[in-house]
Ligand binder design. Structure first.
Ligand SMILES: Nc1ncnc2c1ncn2[C@@H]1O[C@H](COP(=O)(O)OS(=O)(=O)O)[C@@H](OP(=O)(O)O)[C@H]1O
Ligand SMILES: [Mg+2]
Ligand SMILES: [Mg+2]
Ligand SMILES: [Mg+2]
Length: 382
């Protein structure tokens, strides 16, 4: 099987369900931002947030993947569990999740997927969420899902992402990243490779001004694609309207821009400021919630993404899998701070990660940054 066919059925379902999940998130985010009640947002044991959207997306993706490939064949590693949702004071929350999931699944046929014959009940929704409890590993196929990445951005009305990837024998082979608040890059060259119907170009060019997109790729294709979200009653079409994306060609540090997490708790801002200075970056950092940082690098909106979490924090595979492959297939480089590639084969964590993550549009910037980490580490107090 050549790479044009490999994982194409998985990609077909994944792109469609991520589009569905983006629509779900947009609705929930809109309603969250328009009320003052915060019943739909809960704190987890580690004080991080989880919302109706996180559980609802996880249930929806789980149901669709199981329906498409058979629940006995599908192993899913995902962020959320049903702990908070099953508590006795969470009945209202569970009710909202059930109705959100059913509203979303009722639209499945619009996206070319199968609707459930009947609305799911509480047990089925809880089962769909808790079925995603695989811990991955080096053998076989595992789907990796972050239903809402950047939950903080989501509740604050900012950037967030729906991230779905497929790992096969320890390697990320497919990545799909839905970015409901992120624009498709507008200044596209007209001669680039596009998957659209010629007669629909005018419709297409007005669509790209709308916010929201889904990016996707398969390993080894050397191609990464972006597709705008579908609005209103327009029929979902895929792969029509997809456009190829590429990393930035800027390799001069003085012209490059770096991204990093918004929250200081998630990455050491003063350490990255020092690195930026030592390699000659001049632009101020672009602080963006979620894996949209990977999306920005993949489509050439920025050149560098660095994340240096506090010592002892273990990065999870669902926070990176889809984004890493997108950047790589769009032409970029992703390693840990020691210059080694990330290891997705060892369970839910990126075990063995050396200090931090360094993502660049090209080898030249990457070598400079890794060199700067090497030179500065002893004197930093991370
Ligand atoms: N302490 C700490 N250190 C490092 N990373 C952490 C930490 N706590 C959480 N997380 C994970 O970071 C995910 C969000 O990362 P971001 O890069 O988007 O950070 S930020 O929201 O812009 O600040 C976020 O993903 P979501 O939970 O899906 O939002 C977390 O998995
Ligand atoms: Mg979370
Ligand atoms: Mg996350
Ligand atoms: Mg999440």
């Amino acid at each position: 099987m050549d790479h044009n066919e490999k994982y194409s059925e998985e990609l077909n379902v994944a792109v469609r369900v991520v589009h569905m999940a983006c629509a779900l998130c947009q609705k929930v985010q809109k309603s969250l931002l328009s009320t003052t009640f915060d019943d739909d947002v809960k704190s987890k044991d580690d004080d991080s947030l989880v919302t109706v959207a996180d559980w609802s997306v996880q249930a929806t993706v789980s149901w669709i993947l199981s329906d498409a490939f058979g629940s006995e064949n599908v192993s899913i590693v995902a962020e959320e569990d049903v702990q908070t949702l099953s508590k006795s004071d969470s009945a209202g929350l569970l009710g909202k999740v059930i109705s959100t999931v059913n509203e979303c699944l009722a639209e499945a046929s619009k996206y070319g997927l199968k609707n459930p014959e009947e609305a799911l009940g509480p047990l089925e929704v809880l089962e769909a969420i808790s079925r995603c409890n695989s811990s991955g590993g080096p053998l076989g196929r595992h789907w990796v899902l972050d239903p809402v990445d950047g939950t903080l951005g989501f509740v604050r009305g900012g950037q967030y992402a729906v991230a779905l990837a497929l790992i096969d024998n320890g390697e990320v082979v497919m990545g799909v990243l839905g970015c409901p608040n992120y624009h498709v890059k507008r200044d596209r060259l007209s001669n680039q490779k596009q998957n659209h119907i010629a007669s629909d170009i005018s419709m297409h060019s007005s669509d790209v001004l709308e916010v929201g997109c889904v990016m996707y790729t398969r390993k080894g294709t050397g191609e990464a694609w972006v597709q705008p979200l579908v609005y209103g009653d327009r029929k979902f079409e895929w792969p029509n309207f997809a456009k190829q994306i590429h990393v930035s060609s800027i390799d001069d540090a003085a012209l490059a821009t770096f991204c990093e997490p918004v929250e200081r708790a998630n990455s050491n801002h003063s350490y990255t400021a020092g690195l930026a200075c030592s390699v000659g970056l001049r632009n101020k950092p672009l602080r963006v919630y979620s894996m949209v940082k990977y999306a920005a690098i993949a489509q050439g909106d920025a050149e560098i993404f660095m994340k240096f979490a506090r010592a002892g924090y273990k990065e999870k595979i669902w926070d990176h899998a889809a984004g890493v492959l997108l950047v790589q297939e769009a032409g970029g480089v992703v390693t840990d701070a020691g210059g080694r590639s990330l290891d997705f084969s060892r369970g839910i964590y990126l075990e063995g990660l050396d200090r931090g993550i360094v993502v660049c549009s090209g080898v030249k910037l990457h070598e400079k940054l890794i060199g700067a980490v090497y030179a500065s580490w002893d004197s930093s107090n991370l």
